[in-house]
Design a protein around this ligand. Structure first.
Ligand SMILES: Cc1ncc(COP(=O)(O)O)c(C=O)c1O
Length: 465
């Protein structure tokens, strides 16, 4: 397994390190002011206080010389860390040979498909083929179109709390209101069933007593006559729900979806855009549950420093897809292909064993976090697998009242002031999600949760007074 010293050499030597007393510092503030004028208000970065100027491993710097520890890995993208030396070398080498390849066959695209195939579980490995895009959203749009073309049906079933992207099809499957508001009507035929968010069960039941109600509801909706789900092309599900709250579902849930989809000739699409790519301790999140999807979407960690996404489609559907019908001019870029291949090599290197390490380090982190939570007023459930960790923050542990946006914002800002970038998620915006690079050292991770614990304790103290 890769050593802590080897991992430390991939990041800035001293991190986090703050040189300004407040954020943004003067140089960063000037960039933000220009961004307000020059950039769209629809990007969250325009509301933020952090500016990124350069990056290395688990860290990045701003224009004032602050060095931040990124406990969110660039929104679950930089699993191997930013600017990994092998990635930089691949970019240098490939950029001299070929980058743009639209409409032409490139060995780099074929090789990427083959390398990706080698990471797939039995049932897809050597029995599937790949489509490539540039963002998670375009992969989802593509999977939806393919499912419709294959089945000749029109409805897509997704789940409450899902985040699948921001275009008219993928947004119709996403349930967060601030993304949807004002952009309708979205793709027709989308419907949402409950995802097993057991901490906040829609039926107010405990996992031990509900008999997997969410699974039963999927079965009921898709197999009972006259439920309105009479023309379902696909069920799309995140193997572990990300934006909805970093939720690790019971295995029975995905297994039931698999069973019902098989029985009804419905395409099961597993969205691995955020949980996939090794973060949970397995290359693909659904591998934890012993199910094999018909299609799988991926992006983020595989592309890493360059935009890249894809859909893996089972071989039996090849003849159902209209020829040359889903084309993106900029896709299959040779530079992005090389970077994705390099990332896959790093993530699956048996000697480094980054995924095995993510499981061990993830368990250590969760144990520490649970210890802190036991003494904290706000910190409640700590859950997740590997380095995909969710923490519920509440103002009342008995009632599980979600911590309000103001105090959530204050906590994240206090983390930033200590040089640590942490993000939230969840139906109520009250879940902390820890998704650091798999290459962060134990010392980095401990510094990250120390900053979080300090920030929470400070806001708790302000609340008491
Ligand atoms: C599970 C999931 N699917 C799809 C997407 C959309 O990906 P992108 O932002 O690259 O379009 C995301 C983004 O966070 C995601 O988490």
């Amino acid at each position: 397994m890769i050593s802590e010293e080897q991992l430390a050499s991939l990041s800035y030597p001293a991190m986090p390190k703050m040189v300004t007393n407040s954020l943004p510092g003067p140089m960063a503030a000037a960039v933000i002011e220009r961004a307000h004028k020059a950039q769209t208000p629809t990007r969250p970065s325009v509301r933020g206080r952090l500016v990124i100027e350069s990056a290395m491993g688990a860290g990045f710097t701003d224009a004032d010389g602050n060095v931040f520890l990124d406990m969110s890995a660039g929104v679950a993208v930089s699993s191997v860390g930013r600017n990994h030396p092998k990635v930089v070398a691949a970019i240098r080498d490939q950029s001299e040979k070929l980058m743009h390849s639209a409409g032409l066959v490139s060995d780099t695209t074929v090789s990427l498909a083959e390398k990706l195939n080698a990471t797939l579980p039995v049932g897809l490995k050597d029995e599937s083929f790949s489509w490539f895009g540039m963002s998670g959203s375009d992969a989802i749009e593509t999977a939806i179109k393919f499912a419709k073309a294959i089945t000749g049906r029109s409805q897509i079933v997704a789940f409450e709390g899902a985040y699948h992207g921001v275009f008219h099809g993928s947004l119709a499957l996403t349930t967060r209101e601030n993304f949807r508001a004002g952009f309708g009507p979205l793709m027709p035929g989308a419907m949402h069933l409950p995802y097993p968010y057991c901490y906040r069960c829609f039926a107010d039941m405990k996992p031990s007593e509900c008999g997997s109600l969410c699974s039963k509801y999927v079965r009921h909706k898709l197999t009972t006559p006259n439920t309105g789900a009479d023309d379902v092309a696909a069920v799309i599900v995140e193997s572990m729900q990300a934006d909805g709250g970093y939720i690790d579902p019971p295995a029975e849930f995905l297994q039931t979806i698999r069973e019902v989809c098989t029985a009804k000739n419905i395409i099961m699409i597993v969205d691995e855009v955020q949980a996939g790519g090794g973060r949970t301790g397995k290359m693909w999140g659904h591998e934890h549950f012993g199910v094999v999807p018909d299609m799988m979407t991926w992006a983020k960690a595989v592309g890493g420093d360059l935009p890249m996404s894809g859909v893996v489609i089972h071989e039996r559907f090849r003849d159902k897809l209209p020829q040359a019908s889903q084309v993106l001019t900029a896709a299959e870029n040779a530079l992005s292909n090389r970077v994705a291949m390099t990332n896959l090599d790093i993530l699956t290197d048996p000697e480094d064993d980054l995924m095995g390490r993510a499981v061990i380090v993830g368990e250590e982190l969760k144990a520490e976090l649970r210890e802190i939570a036991s003494k904290s007023k706000f910190m409640d459930e700590v859950r997740g697998r590997g380095l995909f960790i969710g923490i519920e923050l509440v103002s009342d542990k008995e009632k599980r009242t979600p911590l309000d946006a103001k105090r959530m914002g204050a906590i994240l800002q206090k983390c930033e002031l200590q040089g640590v970038r942490i993000m939230s998620c969840g139906r109520y915006g009250s879940t902390i999600r820890l998704m650091p690079p798999l290459t962060a050292t134990r010392a980095h991770l401990r510094a990250g949760i120390r900053a979080l614990a300090n920030a929470i304790a400070e806001v708790e103290a302000e609340t008491v007074n």
